[in-house]
Structure formats: structure tokens, C-alpha cells
Design a protein. Structure first.
Ligand SMILES: [Zn+2]
Length: 298
């Protein structure tokens, strides 16, 4: 089943509940960055966290989470867009923890010392930014603290990435499950219902899809689905953007690069795609750029 995010309301107790199933997106991120368990779990959680935070407020175009920490991962970036796209990367992708210890070590990659920055882009381009100290480094509690500090609201997050090794060295990982949920209260919500549903959200029951997760978490409360969207790992990089990055070097340096043997390469952090510029492409890039400048009135 493809990845989905569902935003719903439990009208009776006044709760907002957003759920995501991101198994394929997380698997794509792990494969693109060739991550082992120690990096795959925090990145998978953060990708889902960014999606849930994006959908928590209507009219949001983009939500970026930037974790910077003292832990071995040093940090990570997760970026979710309206329209069902998510992408991200970790700063040190090579760390590996034994898969059997991941329940215990899920927090250890980031560690407790650090900050999480949030950037929300609203329709029309307005930016809202914030920064909060890490609570645990496990991403879920850290995002609860982000909401408490930025909106003054209580929330409950559950983010679960379950992996299985395809080989003994745990070089190749299967994503058995990647699901998440975020609970928020409307003004005048029922606090007892919040606690009951919040406990379920934090322990996140094992289910087959976003729909079944939503039904399981809502329990006996009536559910009103506000919107539902497919989700995929999708990057925004392109040859044009890679070319612009190269041009920052300046035309003279690019020409001397083109005169040397080999090629120039730009790698996208978010998706790991390599843009390779052979000698001819570099020369063309410089010529086009110089022509464009010459054509501009000074
Ligand atoms: Zn990319």
C-alpha cells in the first residue's frame, strides 16, 4: 500500500489527530543514503515528524526540521512539502548500532545535547522560525517540546520505525513499518480524552495502514476525516539548480576546471543524486552564463 497522511478530527472530545504511514518513503531515504540502523531510525522518525507538523496547520507550504546535536549523528534535516513530498538526510550517515539494540539506542544517535530548529513556510511565502533545546534526542518527545514552546499547546507524538536486516552484517535493511501520529487539543478539549488517546499515540499500536492506525487510535470516538493525501520521498533538486551551485565558483575558476582532466560533480545532500559535469558541459555552462551577463543592460 502506498504512503499516506490523514488529518482528522475527533469532534466529541475536541481533539485533532494526524496519522502517517511512510514505510516506502523511509525505505527510499535509507536506500538513497545507504543508512544503517543507528542513522535510519532517527531520520525515519524525523521525516514523519516533519510531515505531521506540516499538516498540523492548514495553508502550510513547507516544514523543515533541523536537528543539530553533540551525538554521533551530529544532526539531520527533514523537509516536508504540501503536495505529498518529503526528503531528508543525516550529517554523519556512517554510524551503525546493532539492530537488536535500536529500541534502547533510538535516542543515542542524536543524543540529548543539541537543538531542533523549525522553519514553516506559509502560503504566500511568509516564514515562521523557531528553535528549541532537545528533550531526549528520540525526535518524538523533542517535537512535543517544540509545540509546547512555540504554540503553548500540549501534544502527543508517536513515531515508530521498525527495521529488519536482510543480511548478517545488517548492511541492507528492510523497513517493516514506519508510522507516526500527532495529537493536539482544540480549545476546550476534554483533557481526560487527550490523556487516554495521547497514551495510545505515544505507544503507537502495530497496524497495517494509516487508515487502520487512525481507527485504532480513535477507539470509540467518532472520527471526521479532514483530508487525506498520498506521500512519497521526492527531491526538488535539478540539473538547473546544480548548475547554479557550480556557477557560484565563478566563470574563471570553472574554465580552469574544464581545462583539467576529469569532471566536476555536485551531489545533492537531500537525495544523494550526483550531477556530473564533463568538460563540454562545463564550457557550455560558462559560455551561457557569460552570454546572459553580456545580454543584460548594465
Ligand atoms: Zn536531490
Amino acid at each position: 500500500m502506498s504512503d499516506r497522511v490523514i488529518r482528522a478530527l475527533l469532534p466529541d472530545p475536541g481533539l485533532r489527530l494526524t496519522v502517517v504511514d511512510a514505510r516506502r518513503s523511509v525505505a527510499e531515504a535509507i536506500a538513497r543514503h545507504q543508512l544503517r540502523a543507528g542513522a535510519a531510525v532517527p531520520l525515519g522518525r524525523a521525516l514523519m515528524g516533519a510531515v505531521l507538523l506540516l499538516h498540523q496547520r492548514p495553508k502550510s507550504e513547507r516544514l523543515t526540521l533541523q536537528f543539530s546535536s553533540q551525538g554521533p549523528l551530529r544532526g539531520l534535516v527533514a523537509d516536508a512539502y504540501a503536495g505529498g513530498a518529503v526528503r531528508g538526510y543525516v550529517h554523519v550517515p556512517t554510524i551503525r548500532f546493532p539492530l537488536q539494540d535500536m529500541d534502547r539506542l533510538a535516542h543515542a544517535g542524536l543524543g540529548r545535547q543539541g537543538v531542533v530548529g523549525t522553519v514553516r513556510e506559509m502560503e504566500g511565502g511568509r516564514l515562521e522560525q523557531g528553535q528549541t533545546d532537545l528533550a531526549t534526542g528520540g525526535v518524538d518527545r523533542d517535537l512535543e517540546l517544540v509545540i509546547e514552546r512555540s504554540e503553548g499547546e500540549r501534544s502527543a507524538f508517536g513515531l515508530e520505525v521498525a527495521l529488519r536486516a536482510k543480511d548478517e552484517e545488517e548492511e541492507q535493511l528492510n523497513v517493516v513499518r514506519a508510522q507516526g501520529a500527532c495529537l493536539l487539543g482544540l480549545p476546550d478539549h476534554d483533557p481526560y480524552a487527550f490523556d487516554a488517546v495521547g497514551r495510545l499515540v505515544r505507544s503507537l499500536p502495530l497496524t497495517a495502514s494509516a487508515e487502520t492506525l487512525l481507527a485504532e487510535l480513535a477507539g470509540d470516538f467518532a472520527v471526521e476525516v479532514l483530508d487525506e493525501q498520498p506521500l512519497e520521498f521526492r527531491c526538488r533538486c535539478s540539473l538547473e539548480r546544480a548548475s547554479s551551485t557550480l556557477l557560484l565558483l565563478g566563470e574563471a575558476d570553472l574554465l580552469s576546471l574544464a581545462a583539467e582532466p576529469g569532471y566536476a560533480e555536485i551531489t545533492c545532500h537531500y537525495c544523494g543524486h550526483n550531477y556530473r559535469f564533463e568538460k563540454d558541459a562545463l564550457t557550455l555552462l560558462v559560455t551561457t552564463s557569460l552570454e546572459a551577463k553580456a545580454g543584460k543592460p548594465s
